[in-house]
Design a protein around this ligand. Sequence first.
Ligand code: PEP
Length: 256
Amino acid sequence: MRNPIIGGNWKMNKGTPSEAIKMLKELIPLVEKMKSVDIVIAPPFTALFSTIQTVKNSNIMVGAQNMYYEEKGAFTGEVSPIFLNDLGCEYVILGHSERRDIFNESDDLINKKLKTALKSDLKPIVCIGEHLEEREAGRTKEVIENQFNLTFKDLKSEELSRVIIAYEPIWAIGTGKTATPEQAEEIHIFIRELITKIYGKNTAQTIRIQYGGSIKPTNAKEIFDKENIDGGLVGGASLQSKSLYEIIKAAEESIN
Ligand code: PEP
């Protein structure tokens, strides 16, 4: 069985320690009994340390929103996986569509980051997804397959099994438009087929694939109820403790 995982991607919000701590202090008591869902909060770098300190002894884990693929050196403005690991950060989001589209991150760059993250014992949450024009042109599966092949290039089965994949149709991120549960499930099944082709059925069945794109308390349960959807990566709705709690509750209810 795959436990659902809910990631709260705060993007460039709640980056001051006081805002992060306030939100986490509201969230911790709400979710403390929810042991069957993995909960990961990804604040901006500036709030990572205070987030890690605040969630100590709770069931909330912490992720970074990005990292560089080198471990140290002359890379002004970049953050090393070694720093993240040492800080107590367990997860890292890689290849978010905002990184790909606004900061021109390529599949090749994300592949390099992914390999270094795995070497540094970080658990990568790797995002893939199509643009609206690609979906409308009937190219969704072709785009996903291409991203999958390049982003996960040369990964061993043991390495891929430490990765969480987030299927995030770009047209649904921050737009209020959500993929229907059926649209999302179709692509999750397709991603499992891609994994099966290279790594075999066992690996494909163990890897968690989250859905991301305008998840809200009102649509979370019907999405998480789909067999191949193992929780979600949540942007906007992860910024309020109550809405994030309700989404986590929906993930827990989807297990039963
Ligand atoms: C995201 O940032 O990964 C995301 C899915 O954002 P939102 O939930 O706001 O669409």
